[in-house]
Design a protein around this ligand. Structure first.
Ligand SMILES: Nc1ncnc2c1ncn2[C@@H]1O[C@H](COP(=O)(O)OP(=O)(O)OP(=O)(O)O)[C@@H](O)[C@H]1O
Ligand SMILES: [Mg+2]
Length: 358
């Protein structure tokens, strides 16, 4: 899989006779974002819902719903989260399930392209950020899913896209904290290889699980859903010094009750720090000794999880303690970093790198 970052190189250069809309897409477990050459940027939660029966279909007046709207109407819908760790999610051998997930992925990509507002006469060229370790079959599956709505496609790894977007292709370490995985990627002036990348399962979902446990243990009788826990985290997440107390209202026996969960939020968010620093250590230690200090001093924090307050400082402190120093920079646009980078790749790549789909 050492070539997993190489753009798909395929025969046939795209025709330039029509206008082309370039789209950078970050196809994530939790969120799909697009950034397009017409200036449009949009993001949608990576969930797809289909009406359960004729009644719900009549009620909703739609065949398919996406993102927030699907989450709101989820009781009437068959819900799909087609991407797991950025790859199409299905258990092998279950053909029924598989074709439905593929349809959901196709519809999600179609929706993301629609959000980018291509004109009718425009060709759509999309660079899709997929996870660093996506297997070949899954890469094929993603390309297949794009085929229905995209004229030409290229895949690249997510952390590579983030680094490319910031022009930090040399001597940098990218940490992309998503929902399912945290991807670390070492940049040294070439396409990253397998040995430059590391994937951890400590990411946003793991924080949600930990926070759920801690709230269950410390708020007796409180009722809450996974979505409520995630909302609480996204509103109040922090590590290190306490900024302000986190007080939430949860129902106990139907009665809204206040709980102070400052310590719980801090503890849950903190589970990311050690695994990340451990991963950084591995990528730094196996790098050319003369250049290790350069990597240490350009650590980029990206992805939704990078919005945890104090996380950059906490990682720096741990690096100072364990790795003899380091500098962590938070990317300015955690949500669009991957999509922006993918768009830049789209602009820069020579034509022979594009895979023609139509
Ligand atoms: N303010 C916030 N504080 C902490 N976590 C946050 C915040 N905002 C979003 N997140 C978390 O970031 C994660 C989503 O990040 P992102 O959109 O980068 O993931 P993704 O690209 O969809 O996932 P993956 O990279 O695993 O495929 C979710 O777990 C979400 O709860
Ligand atoms: Mg991501």
């Amino acid at each position: 899989m050492s070539d997993s970052n190489e753009p798909e190189k395929v025969e046939g250069a795209p025709q330039k006779s029509h206008g082309v809309l370039y789209i950078g897409m970050d196809l994530g477990t939790s969120r799909t974002s697009v950034s397009a050459s017409n200036g449009v940027r949009e993001t949608v939660y990576s969930v797809v819902g289909y009406p359960k029966d004729v009644v719900s279909q009549k009620l909703l007046k739609k065949d398919v719903l996406f993102g927030k709207e699907a989450l709101e109407k989820r009781l009437s819908l068959r819900m799909y989260k087609p991407l797991e760790k950025g790859v199409l999610k299905y258990s092998d051998g279950d053909d029924q399930d598989r074709s439905e997930v593929e349809k959901a992925a196709r519809d999600l990509i179609r929706e993301a392209i629609r959000l980018a507002q291509p004109r009718k006469d425009e060709l759509v060229y999309a660079v899709i950020g997929a996870p660093a370790q996506a297997s070949i079959t899954n890469r094929e599956a993603i390309i297949e899913a794009a085929r229905a709505t995209v004229d030409s496609v290229m895949l690249c790894s997510e952390p590579f896209a983030v680094a490319y977007g910031l022009d930090m292709l040399e001597d940098a370490l990218v940490i992309d904290i998503g929902a399912g995985t945290t991807d670390l990627c070492r940049m040294h002036g070439t396409m990253p290889e397998e040995s430059d990348q590391l994937t951890l399962t400590y990411a946003g979902d793991a924080v949600d699980r930990k926070l759920t446990e801690l709230i269950q243990a410390s708020c007796p009788g409180a009722g809450f859903t996974p979505q409520m826990v995630k909302d609480i985290k996204e509103r109040h997440s922090f590590v290190g010094a306490t900024a302000s107390p986190v007080v939430v209202t949860l129902p106990v026996d139907g009665k809204p009750t206040q709980f102070d969960i400052t310590a719980q939020v801090q503890e849950a968010c903190s589970i990311l720090v050690d695994p990340i620093v451990d991963g950084l250590r591995k990528l730094i230690a196996t790098f050319d000794p003369e250049f290790q200090h350069r990597l240490r001093n350009r650590v980029l924090l990206a992805g939704g999880g990078s919005m945890i307050k104090g996380l950059d400082t906490a990682i720096e402190e741990a690096m100072n303690r364990d790795l003899g120093g380091g500098k962590v920079i938070r990317v300015e646009e955690p949500i669009y970093g991957g999509a922006n980078g993918a768009l830049k790749i789209a602009h820069d790549m020579p034509e022979e790198y594009w895979e023609q789909l139509k």
